[in-house]
Design a protein around this ligand. Structure first.
Ligand code: T1G
Length: 689
C-alpha cells in the first residue's frame, strides 16, 4: 500500500508531503502515516524543523467524511494534532489550494503557517451538521478572536488566505513559490533559533474580552433561541475557548462534536454531500464528449424562456432568442431586461457587465436564425402537438450536432425525438422555477438520446452554475412527480378531515419551506391542476377544479386556497365551506394529527421516488434527494425524501401506506421495491452505490 505521506530531509528540514488523492482527506491511512512520519522526524537527530505540505491540488480537505458515523480508528484527529502541536521541533504548515475543516485545524496545530494568497481556507463542517472537532473552536479564536472564528465556522464559507480577517492565521503569505518560501522560512527559524510556538498558548484573539463577548452575544442573537444544532454548539465551544483552560475546552469541543456526529441531521447532511458528488456520475460520461458550446438558441421568451436567456447571457454565451412575432419578441425583451436589472440589484451581475451583455443577444422572429446554434432550448409550445411541430421545424433549420432540448417538464422526449431526423441529439432540460434562484436542472434523457448530447447538455447546465440531475425523459421528471404525489396526499388528507392550513402548518413545522396549499397559491392553481393530471392524479382533483371554477387561481387573483390582501394570505372561510360541501358528498374520515400528516406526505413522496427507482427513471435514490433539495426547497437538513424515509423507518412508512390503501385507493399502494428493501433489511441509501 503506497504511503500517503512522503518523507524527505533537506538540509535539516524534514518535508512531510500529504499524498492521499484526490483531496488529502484525513482518512485513517493518512493519519497513521502522518503520525509515523512525524515520529520519524522527531527521532531523526539531523532534523531541526518539520514542514507539512500537500501534494496535488490542495493542502488538505479535512476529515474523511465517509468515516463519520462509524467507530473512529486511532489516531483520531484531535489526538494527532495535539502530537503535532507538542512537537519539540518547530512545525510549519505550507498551504496551497485549500485548507478546509480538519485541514485548517491541522495548520492551526502547527507552530507556523506559510500560505499561498489565493488558497481557500475555512471550516465547512457546519454544512455537514458538524463543528470543527479537532481543536478548531479552541485554537482559531486564540488567534483571530470570536468574530472571525464565528463568521467562518457558522457560515461555513471559505475565504482566500490573503484576504482581510484570514491573514491573522499566517506568518507569511506568498503569491507563488510556496515550497521555496516555506524552506527559506524553515532555515530562518533554525538560524534565529526560534522556538516552537503553540497555538494553544496564543492570547491575541482573547485579549479584548469585551469585543469577544460582544461577538458571542451578536451571534447568539442571530441564531435565535433555538440555536440550530451545529451553529449553536459552535457558539458554545467558541465561548468556552475564552472561559476554560485549553484542555478542558478541547474536552468540551469533543463532547459537542460527538453529539453532532451521531445526530440525524448530520447523517442527512453528510448523505447530501456525497449524493451531490454522485449525481455527476452518469453512464453517458464514460463514452460521451461535450461538444463546443458558444451560441445558445431559445425559442419562447415567456417566464421560463426569458429566465434561460438571462442565465445564458450571464454565463457568457451568445444567445439567439426566437419569438413568434414582433410584439411577442418585444414583450420577451422587456421581461428579460427586468430579469437582468434584478440580477444587478441582487449582486449576481455587475452593472458594467449589464451594460454590455445585450450585445450577446439577438432577438428574432424566424427560426432560421438558429442555424448556427450549438444548443437550442424550446421553452415555447403548450401541448405535445405544438412541441412536436416546433421540433420538426427545428430539425430543418439547425446544423448537424446541435442539441435540441425541451424545457417542458412534461414533454415526452422520445416522442419529440421521433419528429426529427436527429433523435440522438434530442433531450430535455428542465430548469426548476424560478430559473434565477433554483439550482436544479433535470437532464431528461430520451430512449435515443446520445452520450455526446447528454454530456453537452450537462456541461451547459454546469456552466450556468446549476446542478444537473439525470432522469428519464418521461412526463413529470423527478420534481413534478414527487410534488404531485405530495399534493395528492395532502388533498386526500383534506378530504378526510384536515383543513388546508392544518396540512400547511404541519409540513412547515416538519421543515418544508411552504406547505402544499401555500405553494399551490404561489404556483397558480391551473398549473397545479395540469401537473396533477399529467402525473396521473386526475381522480382526486374535484376540489381543485371547484376552486378554479370559482375564480380562485392563487395569489395572482388574490384568492386561491387562501385569500390575499396587503397583509398577506389568510384563511378563507369560503374555502372551508367548499371543502365541507364536497366532503359531505364523499364522507369525511378520521382527522389525522400533525405527525400523521407529516408521515403520510413523506410516505407518498418516498413511495413515488421508489417507483422512479424501480422503473429506472433515476440512477439512485440520492439523485431524487438532490433534485428535491436543489429544485423544490426540500429541507437539506432532512437529506431529501429518500434519506428522510430511511430515517423515519421504511417498515413503518410501508405499513402506513398499506393501511391507507385498504379502502382501495391505489395511490397509497406501496411499490414492490419498498417491500423488497424491508424484506432484506436494506434502505434506500444502500442503492446509492
Ligand atoms: N472526505 C471524503 N471525501 C471527500 C472529501 C472529504 N472531506 N472532500 C472531497 N471528497 C471527495 C469527493 O466526494 C469526491 O469524491 C472527490 O473527493 C473530489 O471532490 C475533523 C470533522 C475540497 C473544495 O467539508 O468541499 O474536517 O465523487 O469533486 O470540486 O474537524 O471536495 O470523486 O468519488 O468535491 O476539486 C470538512 C469537503 C470535513 C470539505 C474540492 N471538509 N470537500 O472540490 O473536488 S469534516 C469539507 C470539498 C472535518 C474536522 C471535521 C471539495 C473541495 P468522488 P470534489 P473539487
Amino acid at each position: 500500500m503506497a504511503l500517503t505521506v512522503g518523507y524527505e530531509v533537506d538540509e535539516g528540514v524534514a518535508v512531510l508531503s500529504l499524498q492521499n488523492p484526490p483531496v488529502n482527506a484525513l482518512g485513517i491511512a493518512l493519519r497513521r502515516d502522518l503520525l509515523a512520519a512525524f515520529e520519524t522526524a522527531l527521532a531523526d537527530r539531523s532534523v531541526r524543523v518539520i514542514v507539512l505540505i500537500g501534494q496535488g491540488k490542495l493542502f488538505c480537505a479535512g476529515g474523511d467524511i465517509s468515516e463519520f458515523g462509524k467507530p473512529f480508528k486511532a489516531p483520531w484527529v484531535p489526538e494527532l494534532f495535539n502530537t503535532v502541536e507538542q512537537s519539540t521541533k518547530p512545525v510549519i504548515a505550507a498551504i496551497h489550494g485549500a485548507a478546509l475543516g480538519g485541514g485548517m485545524e491541522l495548520a492551526l496545530a502547527c507552530h507556523y503557517r506559510v500560505c499561498e494568497a489565493r488558497a481557500r481556507i475555512g471550516f465547512p463542517e457546519v454544512s455537514l451538521g458538524l463543528l470543527p472537532g479537532a481543536g478548531g473552536t479552541q485554537r482559531a479564536p486564540r488567534l483571530c478572536g470570536a468574530e472571525t472564528a464565528l463568521e467562518l465556522m457558522i457560515t461555513g464559507k471559505s475565504v482566500a488566505a490573503g484576504s482581510g480577517a484570514a491573514r491573522v492565521f499566517f506568518d507569511l503569505i506568498v503569491k507563488e513559490g510556496l515550497r521555496e518560501a516555506a524552506m527559506t522560512f524553515a532555515q530562518r527559524l533554525v538560524e534565529k533559533g526560534l522556538p516552537v510556538r503553540r497555538t494553544r498558548d496564543a492570547r491575541n484573539g482573547l485579549k479584548d474580552a469585551a469585543a469577544y463577548q460582544t461577538a458571542i452575544a451578536k451571534w447568539r442573537k442571530r441564531l435565535g433561541k433555538g440555536g440550530a444544532e451545529a451553529p449553536g454548539e459552535i457558539l458554545r465551544c467558541v465561548e468556552a475557548a475564552a472561559l476554560l483552560p485549553f484542555d478542558v475546552g478541547m474536552a468540551f469541543e469533543r463532547a459537542a462534536f460527538d453529539t453532532l456526529e451521531q445526530s440525524e441531521t448530520s447523517r442527512a447532511l453528510r448523505h447530501v454531500f456525497f449524493a451531490e458528488n454522485k449525481v455527476a456520475k452518469i453512464p453517458e460520461a464514460k463514452a460521451g464528449h461535450a461538444r463546443a458550446l458558444e451560441q445558445i438558441g431559445v425559442i419562447g421568451g415567456g417566464t421560463r424562456g426569458a429566465g434561460l436567456v438571462a442565465l445564458s447571457l450571464m454565463a457568457g454565451f451568445e444567445v439567439v432568442l426566437v419569438e413568434k412575432d414582433a410584439p411577442s419578441l418585444a414583450r420577451a425583451l422587456t421581461r428579460l431586461r427586468r430579469l437582468l436589472d434584478r440580477a444587478v440589484s441582487r449582486g449576481q451581475l455587475s452593472a458594467l457587465r449589464r451594460d454590455g451583455i445585450e450585445a450577446l443577444l439577438h432577438g428574432k422572429t424566424d427560426m432560421v436564425a438558429l442555424s448556427e446554434a450549438d444548443l437550442v432550448i424550446v421553452a415555447a409550445g403548450g401541448d405535445a402537438l405544438e412541441q412536436g411541430q416546433i421540433f420538426a421545424q427545428l430539425d430543418a433549420v439547425v446544423k448537424d450536432g446541435a442539441v435540441l432540448a425541451s424545457a417542458s417538464p412534461f414533454a415526452d422526449i422520445g416522442a419529440l425525438a421521433e419528429r426529427t431526423g436527429c433523435a440522438e441529439d434530442v433531450l430535455g432540460l428542465h430548469f426548476s422555477l424560478p430559473t434565477q434562484m433554483s439550482d436544479l436542472v433535470e437532464v431528461a434523457v430520451g430512449p435515443a438520446s446520445g452520450a455526446d448530447a447528454v454530456v453537452t447538455a450537462t456541461t451547459f447546465a454546469r456552466k450556468l452554475g446549476k446542478v444537473p440531475v439525470r432522469v428519464l425523459g418521461v412526463p413529470g421528471r423527478i420534481g413534478g412527480r414527487l410534488m404531485a404525489a405530495y399534493q395528492a396526499a395532502a388533498d386526500r388528507l383534506v378530504m378526510s378531515g384536515a383543513l388546508p392550513q392544518e396540512v400547511d402548518r404541519a409540513m412547515r413545522r416538519w421543515g418544508m419551506a411552504l406547505g402544499p396549499y401555500q405553494l399551490a397559491d404561489v404556483m397558480g392553481l391551473e398549473r397545479v391542476l395540469a401537473r396533477q393530471e399529467e402525473c396521473g392524479h386526475d381522480r382526486r382533483v374535484a376540489l381543485l377544479r371547484a376552486l378554479i371554477k370559482d375564480g380562485r387561481l392563487g395569489r395572482k387573483t388574490s384568492k386561491g386556497w387562501y385569500r390575499y390582501d396587503a397583509d398577506g394570505g389568510r384563511v378563507d372561510p369560503e374555502v372551508a365551506a367548499m371543502i365541507a360541501s364536497l366532503r359531505g358528498q364523499t364522507g369525511g374520515g378520521s382527522f389525522p394529527d400533525e405527525s400523521d400528516i407529516q408521515r403520510l406526505c413523506l410516505a407518498a413522496m418516498a413511495n413515488e421516488g421508489a417507483r422512479m427507482v424501480e422503473e429506472g427513471h433515476v440512477m439512485r435514490p440520492g439523485d431524487i434527494d438532490v433534485a428535491m433539495i436543489r429544485g423544490f426547497a426540500f429541507p437539506r437538513w432532512r437529506g431529501g425524501p429518500m434519506q428522510a424515509a430511511d430515517s423515519a423507518g421504511l417498515l413503518s412508512l410501508r405499513n402506513l401506506l398499506r393501511t391507507c390503501a385498504q379502502d382501495g385507493d391505489a395511490f397509497w399502494r406501496p411499490v414492490n421495491l419498498l417491500d423488497d428493501l424491508i424484506k432484506n433489511g436494506r434502505h434506500f441509501s444502500d442503492l446509492n452505490g
